[in-house]
Design a protein around this ligand. Structure first.
Ligand code: PGA
Length: 260
């Protein structure tokens, strides 16, 4: 079993000092252990340098990530940040196509794909988010919706590009709502996504691709979610804003690895 990955998505939260404090608290808690679980912190873009500075320190146990990137290369795009700039700041991971970006900023699968390609060209790992709305699930369209998202993004990559890409399944009805998908629902969808990858890219690639669950994952439910065979880790929103709670999720990742 490959090590789990736990990614903290801070969204648009924390003032600068609070961000510094949270990073230090997480660092302090991590220093007594040697975790196999890979940890990524994605603070607001403005704090990218703060998190990369810490991630670059000797013995650091986490990677630096951000939550968005421009689909454009460089130039007259006021307010945007390019993948090349992120690479220059030593950012290693970037969330793309989060449902909040799709909903509030009009990100389509085509835009998500462009962003992924920019990141891959600059050696940054895209964490591509997919997932259905509550209405789509109620109408039993969730597999169809996720399949389309995968076909229009992941299927457009070369095998080599997919090797450096991760997927996060986040049912929109579970994000920030406190309503987590059941372990069975998460497993069912992640296994479906893996089967889609297998169909296009073969078994080895399907086994190696990291597919995470996100949506109200917390210290209480992480162990059960991470124990599912196809859940390779979690994309964590609210519960990543408190060091104690975030640590519980990382510990859940460790427990599952040690038991297998
Ligand atoms: P949540 O958010 O853990 O607060 O539900 C997850 C996410 O949106 O990435």
């Amino acid at each position: 079993m490959k090590p789990k990955i736990v990614i903290g998505n801070w969204k648009m939260n924390k003032g600068f000092e609070e961000a510094e404090d949270l990073i230090s608290e997480i660092e302090e808690k991590l220093q007594d252990y040697n975790f196999e679980t890979e940890i990524v912190l994605c603070p607001p873009m403005l704090y990218a340098e703060l998190v990369t500075d810490h991630a670059n320190e000797e013995g650091s146990q986490f990677y630096a990530g951000v939550q968005n990137v421009s689909e454009y290369e460089n130039g007259a795009y006021t307010g945007e940040v390019s993948a090349e700039m992120l690479a220059g700041m030593d950012v290693s991971f970037c969330i793309v196509g989060h449902s909040e970006r799709r909903k509030y900023f009009g990100e389509t699968n085509a835009i998500v794909l462009k962003k992924m390609l920019r990141l891959l060209t600059n050696d940054i790992v895209p964490v591509m988010c997919c997932g259905e709305t509550l209405e789509e699930r109620k109408a039993e369209k969730h597999f169809e919706v996720v399949q389309k998202q995968i076909e229009e993004t992941i299927y457009q990559l070369t095998p080599k590009q997919l090797e450096s890409t991760m997927i996060a399944y986040e049912p929109i009805w579970a994000i920030g709502t406190g309503e987590t998908a059941t372990p069975d629902q998460a497993q069912e969808m992640l296994s479906f996504i893996r089967s889609l990858i297998e169909k296009k890219f073969g078994t080895e690639m399907a086994v190696n691709t990291y597919i995470l669950y996100g949506g109200s994952c917390n210290g209480k439910n992480a162990l059960e979610l991470f124990s599912q065979p196809d859940v390779d880790g979690g994309l964590i929103g609210g519960a990543s804003l408190k060091a104690d709670e975030f640590m519980k999720i990382i510990e859940a990742g460790e427990t599952v690895i040690k038991e297998n």
